[in-house]
Ligand binder design. Structure first.
Ligand SMILES: [Zn+2]
Length: 462
């Protein structure tokens, strides 16, 4: 989108701007040059025309629609320009530094990984001159830190923090005995992670080496080609068996998902998942914890669900728990199954089957408990509130952000199929059911004891 906007010849992108000075290209936070206007709520199209800063935005949107062959609806644009104006006014109240800190271009790119600066700059060049100019301009880019963006991309650190707090939760367990605790803690410590894609993929020349042995000749017949490719696939598969990559060939790298690989005790967060709306380095920290953080903890929690808890720190079948701890664990798991069976779901009524979804129920419980602990530990009360929610206590916003992620249209799935085969609890339970087990939720929202969101009987895992 931004690179398309660049094509229409603007240098200011709202939050940041590009400007050439002599033979340097500067990337800096936008100067918020909003002119105060009284009675903006009454603004009409005519007023926009006569007011230059807003008219520029109006023109920009119209041109953008026009060059993309889209209808120009003046009233709609007026509304949008009004929104932009209101957003500008809000941004203006934020602390912008008069002299932002100068940072290197590569630093800027890694700090604001969600914006493809290279691509935007490419869109600013004359077509046909792109490569030639880029070779020179790239060395002449100067950039400044942006006060609205977080420091480093937090996702990797977030995994380390999640593991730390998960371990604390195990340590604080009132019923786990020392021996079981030790094994469980070791399992979290030894849990490996793959964020984005395997590191091996980054090695220079990795792709060339991969195809080194596939020799295709012009003289090859179709059947010889097929045979060569077949042979190549087999070779790759066997390479993979011998490798330490820990992922299957053709494994999901492009899915917007995160998962736990029990056979090697590995946590995976794929690249498409670390993007809007789940994650963005510009989100306030508490939102990052409520979204990606909660999911990371859910996946760590799978290491301790009924299907995988019996595997050791290397993913091998080896039950290290004391028998009495296992009895207690199963009692707690049963509580969750019964709670789910009794749950009156808005789509399916009381027809749910807890045994089918128990692993996910357990992971959800852990995910929320640990995310909440991390959130509380960070003392985030002073963080910026989401625009439009500034009167909300941050604790409430945290739960609401978790809930928004599970917002979905009403399920039209066949009841029996969904209840028998879907291994995930219903979205409604993943919010209301999971929250109703948390004392912290009842306290945050002042739910009376015995009400649906604060039942006397709660299911607690550790
Ligand atoms: Zn899961």
């Amino acid at each position: 989108m931004v690179s398309k906007i660049a094509k229409i010849g603007t240098l200011d992108f709202g939050l940041f701007q590009f400007y050439p000075v002599l033979n340097h290209l500067i990337i800096a936070p936008s100067s918020r040059g909003v002119t105060e206007m009284s009675g903006i709520e009454k603004v009409c199209f005519q007023a926009l025309i006569s007011n230059s800063p807003l008219f520029f935005k109006f023109q920009m949107i119209s041109t953008f629609l026009d060059v993309n062959d889209l209808d120009v609806d003046e009233n709609l644009i007026t509304d949008h320009v009004k929104e932009i104006y209101e957003f500008d006014v809000k941004l203006k109240k934020l602390q912008f530094l008069d002299y932002p800190e100068k940072i290197t271009y590569s630093d800027l790119k890694s700090k604001i990984s969600t914006v493809d600066f290279d691509r935007i700059i490419h869109s600013l060049f004359l077509p046909g001159r792109k490569e030639k100019l880029w070779a020179i301009v790239e060395k002449r880019v100067e950039s400044y830190a942006h006060p609205l963006f977080a420091g480093d991309v937090e996702n990797v650190k977030m995994i380390e923090e999640s593991k730390k707090v998960f371990i604390e939760m195990i340590q604080e367990s009132t019923w786990f005995h020392e021996k079981t605790k030790k094994a469980a803690i070791l399992k979290v410590q030894k849990m490996t992670k793959m964020v984005g894609y395997p590191e091996e993929f980054e090695k220079t020349g990795a792709l060339d080496t991969l195809f080194e042995n596939l020799l295709i000749l012009e003289s090859d017949t179709y059947s010889i080609l097929l045979k060569k490719i077949q042979r190549f696939k087999v070779e790759l598969a066997l390479e993979n068996v011998a490798s330490e990559l820990g992922m299957e060939l053709g494994g999901r790298l492009y899915a917007a998902n995160a998962f736990y690989q029990p056979s090697i005790n590995q946590l995976r967060v794929l690249a498409p998942f670390m993007d809007d709306p789940i994650f963005d380095s510009t989100y306030p920290e508490y939102v990052q914890i409520a979204t990606l953080g909660k999911i990371i903890n859910h996946e760590i929690g799978h290491g301790f669900d009924p299907n995988h808890r019996g595997k050791d720190e290397n993913g091998e079948e080896r039950d290290l728990w004391l028998p009495e701890d296992l009895v207690e664990y199963e009692k707690r798991v049963k509580c969750l199954i019964e709670q789910y069976n009794e749950y009156d779901d808005p789509d399916f009524g009381k027809k749910l089957n807890g045994s089918v979804v128990i692993s996910e129920l357990v992971a959800d419980g852990f995910g929320m408990d640990v995310a909440w602990k991390i959130f509380k530990k960070l003392g985030l009360a002073s963080q910026a509130k989401l625009i439009g929610f500034k009167d909300y206590p941050i604790d409430k916003l945290f739960f609401q952000t978790v809930a928004v992620n599970l917002c979905n249209q009403r399920s039209k799935k066949d009841v029996d199929f969904a209840v028998q085969f879907d291994t995930h609890p219903t979205d409604s339970f993943r919010v209301n059911g999971v929250f109703s087990n948390m004392k912290a939720f009842a306290e945050t929202f002042n739910c009376p004891v015995g009400s649906p969101m604060n039942p006397k009987k709660k299911c607690d895992l550790f």
